[in-house]
Design a protein around this ligand. Sequence first.
Ligand code: DGT
Ligand code: MG
Length: 375
Amino acid sequence: PELNGDGAEILMKSYACQRRTPLKHHNAFLTEALEILAQNAEFNDNEGRSVAFRRAASVLKALPHRVKSMEDLRCLPCLGDHSQRVIKEILEDGSSREVESTRQSEQFQAMKALTGVFGVGVRTADRWIREGLRTPDDLIRTGQQLNRAQQAGVQYYSELQRAVTRAEAELIMAIVEAAVNSVLPGCQIQLMGGFRRGKEVGHDVDFLITHPEEGKEEGLMSKIISWLEEQGVLLYQKTTRNSYVERLDGPARSASNMDRFERCFSIFKLHSSASRSGSASTSESGSACDSGCRAVRVDLVVSPFSQFAFATLGWTGSKLFERELRRWAGQEKQMTLSSHTLYDSKQNLYLRAQTEEEIFAHLGLEFIPPSERNA
Ligand code: DGT
Ligand code: MG
């Protein structure tokens, strides 16, 4: 087995949900390269290849030292031939030709720019590129048909490209708390996603909301949205209803791993001065984002209390960690994990949980705290 600098043995487990992956690690020079190839594979609609590169990158994030030679990779899981070639070239030459040519290719840059628009996925971006479009400006210039989300995405493009700081996330938390408390006292509100894992910046801010009395949360989202709209906080919002039904014979096989909570995709308006000084300003109404204003993507999710632990686990991320949890559940335990429930196919029953710790225990996994789920 692999030895670390102190001569201690590293036993690297093969599922990311069996490992601790801190936010800061020693191999960004390799993981960033592998993640370029993962992203490019996603742009080419090649999910298998994309996940392979992400798993390889994730193993390197969990290493307690910097990789100096190919010897350091002996006995590590998830490093396929292709990833190893890339790593070897970077170790020997300082960079990988494949990674650099991908990074600089017109196709990759156009996909990055266009999928960077809120509301635009890989398929749409690909179609536009085949029509000769390259940037969000091209969409406006050529008068492309855009849906409401994409219109907002184009309108606030540069604002939404800017990373959201933790200070801004806290400010939005205060606004969301004010909204929730004024429409339904006694709710629990949790900051989710990257910020729960300890990230200092994010691409959006995710919140999970519940009420300890099951059923009280029904209809909550529309009340929260109305309150926020009255205060002039929302530049854009689209709410989807809760469509989850618990089937007695176990969860339905679903093509997507999107969950079915009542959910709101939104864009909040903050006043730049307020986001610097840390005081919420929600007095102005209207939907324009002027020069003194900041647009931030916010996701709100409402969960029934009985599903709250599962929703918490499902909305903490990272995306790869979530994916690996589900793969572990299915392949190693014959269970189906979602952000709603955990179903045991051997016993034919739902396993209940009040906390994330209980879910890890049901899955036969050591508990990994959010700050170590940065797989
Ligand atoms: P960020 O926002 O780019 O800094 O990083 P994250 O980790 O906050 O990523 P984000 O905001 O896309 O998603 C937060 C977590 O929530 C992510 O790790 C997985 C989960 N998640 C996001 N969207 C969905 C969804 O539609 N269904 C389910 N089940 N989970 C989702
Ligand atoms: Mg997020």
